[in-house]
Design a protein around this ligand. Structure first.
Ligand code: MN3
Length: 204
């Protein structure tokens, strides 16, 4: 079974003015679509790997035949990362986390403002292309990490619950070189209900 590009859970313009419609259209319809197409292409050359879940491919790409490892890492990661990214954004986003996530954030960072500060610094600090993540570690504590390219915290034994794409393709049309402005705008569209569900799932 080949992987499919998931539909965006909202219209291209839903995240305006924080993330513009044209960027969303190209990011989802071209960039994400290409990761899916190239992942499927690589899986045709890796017998048995097409039966695995996307998570298992992302975690285990180093065990795949050598000639497809790079493609599984980059395009499998690209598909996983963007699929998560679209779902943690919403026109009804912004505001603050609720429920169990609040106490977990307090325990790990000392409060929501400190989380935002640390996550924003991680996102700003990615050299070149990559991602910032809020993830659950093996001790089930929240942690903030960044990854280069389309790498993912799953390969480090972490479970990501919130991610921010800081590749230039995610913000260049609207923000050009001003990545910190894009990061600041991101907080207005974070869909904390979904992040809370991801947190619950990761802890289950
Ligand atoms: Mn991207």
């Amino acid at each position: 079974m080949a992987f499919k590009l998931p539909d965006l859970p909202y219209d291209f313009n839903a995240l305006e003015p924080h993330i513009d419609a044209r960027t969303m259209e190209i990011h989802h319809g071209k960039h994400h679509a290409t990761y899916v197409a190239k992942l499927n292409e690589a899986l045709e050359k890796a017998p048995g790997w097409d039966k695995k879940s996307l998570e298992d491919i992302v975690r285990g790409y180093a065990d795949a035949p050598k000639e497809v490892q790079g493609a599984l890492r980059n395009h499998g990661g690209g598909h996983f990362n963007h699929s998560l990214f679209w779902r943690v954004l919403s026109s009804k986003g912004g505001g603050k986390p609720s429920g169990d996530l609040v106490s977990a954030i307090d325990a790990a960072f000392g409060g929501f403002d400190a989380l935002k500060e640390k996550f924003s610094a991680a996102a700003a600090g990615v050299f070149g292309s990559g991602w910032a993540w809020l993830a659950l570690d093996s001790a089930r504590k929240l942690t903030i990490v960044s990854t280069p390219n389309q790498d993912n915290p799953l390969t480090q034994g972490l479970v990501p619950i919130l991610g921010l794409d800081v590749w230039e393709h995610a913000y260049y049309l609207k923000y050009q070189n001003r990545r910190p402005e894009y990061i600041a705008a991101f907080w207005n569209v974070v869909f904390w209900d979904q992040v809370g569900r991801n947190f619950k799932e990761a802890r289950a």
